[in-house]
Design a protein around this ligand. Sequence first.
Ligand code: ATP
Length: 301
Amino acid sequence: LSQLFRPLDMLGWVYRTIRQGVLDMGAMFDLVDTPAEVTDAPGAAPLVVRSGAVRFENVRFGYDPERPILKGIDLDIPAGATVAVVGPSGAGKSTLARLLFRFYDVSGGRILIDGQDIAQVQQASLRAAIGIVPQDTVLFNETIGYNIAYGREGATAEAIGEAAKGAAIADFIESMPDGYETRVGERGLKLSGGEKQRVAIARTLLKDPPILILDEATSALDSRTEAEIQATIERIERGRTSIVIAHRLSTVVNADRIVVLDAGRIAEQGSHAELLRRDGLYAEMWNRQAAEREDALAAAE
Ligand code: ATP
C-alpha cells in the first residue's frame, strides 16, 4: 500500500514546493498572504491595454465568505490618473490592490481594465501590465544589478543603469568600487529602507507597466529621504494609471483624486482641498496626523 501512496506523497511535495514559490513571490509583493487558486478562464484572451483605464464595478469580496471586507466598491480611474486610497487600518486598502492584481477573484461585481473583465483575461498578461512597488522590498543575496533586473530576464546593463538612474539610485551604486556587481544581503551591502524602495522603483521602471500599484511603506523614512522618494515616485507615476495605498496623508496631497475607504465602503472621495472642505473622515484624519507631526517636531526640538 505504501508503494501506492509514495507517488501521491511526491505529488504533495511538488504541490507544496510550487505553492511555497508562489507564497515567496507574494511575500515579496507584500500584498498577499495566502493566494487563492486563481485560474485562467477557458479560452481566456490576453489583456489588451490601450490606455490603462481601471474600473471597479460594485466589487464585493471577503477572504472568508462569512466576513465581507469590500462591500460594493465603485471606482473609476481614468487612464493616466493617480488615485490615492486612504482610510483607517483594516479598511480594505491593500485588499483592493490585491484584487486588481487578481491574487483573488472578486465574489461580486467586476474589475475592468480598458473595458476587459480581468477575470476573463490571461493572468500572465494582466500581471505583465501591472507594476507593484511594495511596502517592503525583499532583496536577494545577489548583486545589486541582479536585484534590479529581478524578473526581467535578459535586461541589458544599459537598461538596468537607466532604471537605476530613474529611481535616483545610480549615483549611489556607481560610487561603490564594484558598482552594479556589488553584492547585497547578509554578507554584502546592507541597504537602508529608502535605498530598498529605490531598488523596487528601479525594478518597476525596468518593467515599464502602464498600471502601477504603490503600497506606501508604513515605517517612516527620515523626512528628507521621504521627500526625495516622493519626488521619484511622482515622476514614475507620470503617464501611468497609478493607485497609491497611502498610510501617511502627507504623500497624497497631489493625487488627482483621494478615495477614503472605511469598513469596506467608499466613505468620500475628491481632491485634498475638496475633502478638507467637506470636513468629514478625511479632514479628521488629516487634522489628527497634522497634530501628530507638530508633536513630533516639538519633541525633536
Ligand atoms: P492597513 O492600513 O492596516 O494596511 P488595509 O486597509 O490595507 O489596512 P487590508 O489589508 O485590505 O486593510 O485588510 C482588510 C481586512 O481584511 C482586515 O480586517 C484584515 O484582517 C483582513 N485580511 C487581510 N488579509 C487577509 C487574509 N489573507 N486572510 C484573511 N483576512 C485578511
